[in-house]
Ligand binder design. Structure first.
Ligand code: PMP
Length: 297
């Protein structure tokens, strides 16, 4: 990429000029929502699903998105085009906007929209080949009656604390339990187990984000003829699983080979997970919304 171009409130700016106010409530209070979207092979992957979730998150926190879905779509595609993204990651952020100090959203007359399109990949290839080691974090998942984990909001501190819990023990991801002690999700990924050929993932109501990659994995499993069961899981279920994998826009589908120092299966990525990863990779190359060659705006 020659020079990174960032979209901020209607303008496509060079990276060094892309700035927002120190009074932005996204910064001051974490008041806003976001999306992480992948680009594969010049196409934006599962674009419609990500836009739907962004607008649902915004609706849930009563945040007005100043662009229609069509306008947002055009802007993201144009941002990818200007940055010549072939394979990359798009971060879309909508904040409450700049306003005086004080929690009230009415202080912010104009919402802020940011789009960063970058060429990045999250985990190195050996993580997919050898699998991840994870642990259960002592940091509990946020209660759905507080800030629902289904909202992809700018309040990620809880997840960051869980991630740090993992990092302190040399682990790349950490499982979060809900107040009942059931598995909710990982700090930035959804989780699936396979036991005796049965695939299970926690329901959204257990405190999980309705992950777009989770949905894609569920459809792929159905297609293979192994439907996924959405049911509560306990730590015990992770400890005795034959296979475990995580799903996320950044992580894609990634095997887990150790949980809480217990080996998963034989300690190597299992056959079902490996097959699913290969099917998922095929899908990412085939489907998506093409990035245009000519300017859209
Ligand atoms: N859970 C959390 C907390 C996340 O932040 C994410 C996104 N990185 C996911 C799950 C996975 O969701 P998706 O597949 O839509 O990226």
């Amino acid at each position: 990429m020659d020079k990174q171009i960032i979209y901020v409130d209607g303008e496509y700016l060079p990276r060094e000029d892309a700035k927002i106010s120190v009074f932005d409530h996204g910064l001051l209070y974490g008041d806003g929502v976001f999306e992480g979207i992948r680009v594969y092979n010049n196409k934006v992957f599962l674009f419609g699903d990500h836009l739907d979730r962004l607008y649902d998150s915004a609706k849930a926190i009563m945040l007005n998105v100043p662009l229609s879905k069509d306008e947002m779509k055009t802007m993201v595609l144009e941002c990818c085009r200007r940055n010549q993204i072939k394979n990359g990651y798009v971060r879309l952020v909508v904040t409450r906007g700049a306003g005086d100090l004080g929690l009230g959203p009415e202080r912010c007359p104009r919402q802020t929209v940011i789009c960063i399109a970058a060429n990045i990949a999250l985990y190195p290839e050996e993580c997919y080949r050898d699998g991840l080691k994870i642990l259960t974090s002592p940091t509990q998942q946020m209660n759905s009656a507080a800030l629902s984990p289904a909202i992809k909001s700018l309040n990620y501190l809880n997840n960051i604390m869980a991630k740090v819990d993992g990092q302190l023990h040399g682990m790349q991801e950490a499982v979060m339990l809900n107040a009942e002690g059931y598995v909710a999700e990982c700090s930035g990924d959804n989780i699936f187990t396979i036991k005796k050929g049965r695939i299970t993932t926690p329901p959204i109501a257990a405190g999980a984000l309705d992950g777009i990659t989770r949905g894609c994995a569920i459809k792929l499993c159905e297609h293979i003829g192994t439907p996924v069961r959405e049911a509560n899981l306990q730590r015990y279920d992770l400890w005795v699983a034959d296979e475990i994998f995580l799903t996320g826009t950044g992580a894609e589908i990634i095997p887990v080979v150790e949980v809480d120092k217990r080996m998963v299966g034989d300690g190597k990525p299992g056959p079902f997970t490996r097959d699913l990863i290969s099917r998922f990779r095929d899908l990412t190359q085939q489907s998506g919304t093409p990035i245009p060659k000519e300017p859209l705006v």
